[in-house]
Write a protein that binds this ligand. Structure first.
Ligand SMILES: Nc1ncnc2c1ncn2[C@@H]1O[C@H](COP(=O)(O)OP(=O)(O)OP(=O)(O)O)[C@@H](O)[C@H]1O
Length: 357
């Protein structure tokens, strides 16, 4: 296993990149600790596969370096990097038994048969495949096959990192959560460095201790699931993570305070804002931290109310702006006119999309 360092990495598919949009991957530096569980999360086209291919060696970076521990592997072949990859579609040998599929990478490397047997049985048990080791792999369901793909990475002791590229895409929805929890449990048991690539926030947040959120070829935040929820470093993270996402409202510095469409917002101290800083100012507050207030709150008109099980999502409008409020079960939802309050510790200010510290 290895610590992975991404050092001022940039990548372009254009031969002579000039404009910012020529870069599929904008400059980034990251440090992935040995044995950590990471997710790479972002919408389609944000550069996840490009970064994965740079780490696995299928692509050579235009600029910057990738290090496994102290070794610069930027120009090293994929085989030499010792990476196990689990793709969207399981890669297995249908005609072989489950046992032989798991043993294959070890036989290839000339490992002693007794050691192969020990490793295959151990991994088979971990993946709940112990009872089907002698069965043909072709008879397994998609999730069983995907477990073999994963098992083939886990049996090897020389693997630097296991990378998952949208591994649950072909898994039945009702089995997804089973495999998702299994992956998390496996990471706890084996403590290998794992990188999980997905556009699905639930998958990323359940699997990873730390999530790298990407947008437009750029890393917008690296944080624990709680950090991403409580302190989104960019309005994109606020929108993309959470269901529903963070409310983002245009605000201005007026008469020594923060105001939204002329209404003073006390949840943010104006003293935090550099008046000379310029740029577009926005307030971000998650629906979980908006509540109905008495007099003095932000006046709104209550619109649609959606029942979402343990809470309701209330759509409130102030002038043309929609503000979502999450109301826990059992709590009353007003009708008609109401007033909203924002919880100060969870109300953030953004300048040109980025959190003002
Ligand atoms: N081989 C290529 N040649 C030229 N441009 C590419 C190539 N591969 C990717 N790109 C571009 O690089 C950008 C990042 O794409 P990438 O596939 O890395 O994103 P992604 O987040 O993995 O998206 P998806 O989830 O859809 O695969 C996109 O604008 C894409 O069009």
């Amino acid at each position: 296993m290895a610590r992975i360092t991404i050092d001022r990495l940039r990548h372009s598919y254009v031969s002579q990149p000039g404009k910012p949009e020529d870069w599929a991957l904008k400059e980034m530096s990251l440090e992935w600790e040995d044995g950590g569980a990471y997710a790479l999360l972002g919408p389609s086209g944000c550069g996840k596969t490009t970064l994965l291919n740079l780490i696995s060696g299928l692509l050579r970076p235009t600029e910057g370096r990738i290090l496994f521990d102290e070794r610069d592997v930027s120009s090293v072949s994929p085989e030499e990097r010792n990476i196990a990859q689990v793709f969207q579609f399981p890669v297995i040998y249908d005609t072989m038994t489950v046992y032989d599929n798991l043993a294959f990478p070890l036989r290839n490397r000339g490992v002693a048969p007794s050691e192969i047997d020990r490793r295959v049985r151990e991994i088979g048990e971990m993946l709940d495949l112990g009872g089907s080791l002698t069965n043909r792999a072709s008879g397994l369901t998609a999730d069983g096959k995907q477990k073999i793909s994963l098992g083939r990475g886990l049996v090897r002791s020389d693997v630097n990192v296991i990378m998952f590229d949208e591994p649950l895409t072909v898994i039945d929805p009702h089995l997804k959560w089973v495999l998702r929890s299994k992956l998390k449990e496996l990471h706890h048991r084996v403590r290998r460095t794992m990188i999980y690539v997905t556009h699905d926030q639930t998958e990323a947040l359940t699997f990873a201790d730390k999530v790298v959120v990407m947008n437009n070829g750029e890393v917008v935040q690296v944080g624990t699931p709680i950090e991403l929820f409580e302190r989104p470093a960019h309005t994109f993270v606020g929108h993309f993570i959470g269901s529903p996402g963070m409310n983002v409202l245009p605000v201005a510095l007026e008469n020594g305070g923060i105001s939204f469409m002329g209404s003073r917002i006390d949840a943010i101290e104006a003293a935090r804002v550099d008046a000379a800083g310029g740029g577009r100012l926005e307030l971000g507050v998650r629906p979980e931290f908006v509540s109905f207030a008495g007099t003095g709150g932000l006046p709104v008109e209550i619109g649609k109310v959606t029942d979402a099980g343990r809470f309701r999502i209330v759509e409130a409008r102030h002038q043309d702006h929609l503000i979502r409020v999450l109301v826990p079960e059992g709590q009353e939802v007003p009708t008609g006119s109401a007033a909203l309050g924002f919880e100060p510790t969870h109300t953030h200010l953004y300048r040109d999309g980025w959190l003002v510290a």
